[in-house]
Design a protein around this ligand. Structure first.
Ligand code: C5P
Length: 227
């Protein structure tokens, strides 16, 4: 199992999905689980400042995660929310939901169950194992993972990547438009989960000066070194 944490714009999702594909394991995007829980709270009109109400609602949300790296889908029951959870509205609200301790306890248990399943019963054509990405995977969800990596990059690089990904440009206007969704969200999230500094035994992979392929190769190199 490969556990990867990191801030937004570090390239975690695309790099981890590609690494899982090349390792022929499953892939789990835990951020998508917090996003889907948030999407459901917004749909139901739950007051996001009421932690108990948020936790009670999230407990009833049937999250269905596709863990095939080629089909990393997110569903709530039979509603596919893979695209919907990427909306600006969900992005702006997700940190509040993720900061509720009872929500975290609930989702951590579900994440561990998905990890156990991927390690015990791989999908056809896949090897046992999973590449899991998030903010607390190396520290809380799976601190026993044989491979633990903090994938990071300089702030200017992360802002440019997110602007290019979301707005198709990394000019100063585009960078300003994504700043809150990157810097502010990381600041708020880092009060809940400590993903800005590598925990003991966690390898830091700085992708600032690497392209996508270089980052995937570097991550696979860390996996090989440990295996
Ligand atoms: O990775 P992504 O940006 O999709 O994550 C969305 C949000 O989910 C983060 O901003 C954070 O609030 C929350 N999250 C978390 N713990 C994780 C993964 C994500 O708190 N393991």
């Amino acid at each position: 199992m490969v556990a990867v944490d990191g801030p937004s714009g570090s390239g975690k999702s695309s790099v981890c999905r590609a690494a899982a594909d090349r390792l022929r394991t499953a892939y789990l995007d835990t951020g998508a689980m917090y996003r889907a829980a948030t999407w459901s709270c917004l749909q139901a009109g739950v007051d996001l400042t009421d932690g108990a109400a948020v936790a009670a609602h999230v407990r009833s949300v049937p999250l269905v995660m596709g863990t095939d790296p080629h089909a990393a889908t997110t569903a709530v029951g039979d509603v596919d929310v893979t695209e919907a959870v990427r909306s600006a509205e969900v992005t702006a609200a997700v940190s509040a939901v993720a900061s509720v301790p009872a929500v975290r306890a609930d989702l951590v248990l579900r994440q561990r169950a998905l990890i156990d399943a991927a390690c015990a019963v791989p999908a056809p054509g896949r090897r046992p194992g999973v590449v899991v990405e998030g903010r607390d995977i190396t520290t809380v969800v799976a601190p026993q993972a044989p491979v633990r990596v903090l994938l990071t990059a300089r702030e200017d690089v992360r802002l440019a990547r997110r602007a290019r990904q979301d707005l198709g440009s990394a000019d100063s206007g585009a960078v300003a438009a994504v700043r809150d969704a990157v810097v502010q969200r990381d600041l708020v999230d880092s009060r809940t989960t400590d993903f800005l500094v590598a925990a003991d035994g966690v390898v830091t992979l700085d992708s600032s000066d690497l392209d996508f392929e270089g980052t995937v190769v570097a991550l696979l190199g860390i996996v090989e070194h440990v295996a």
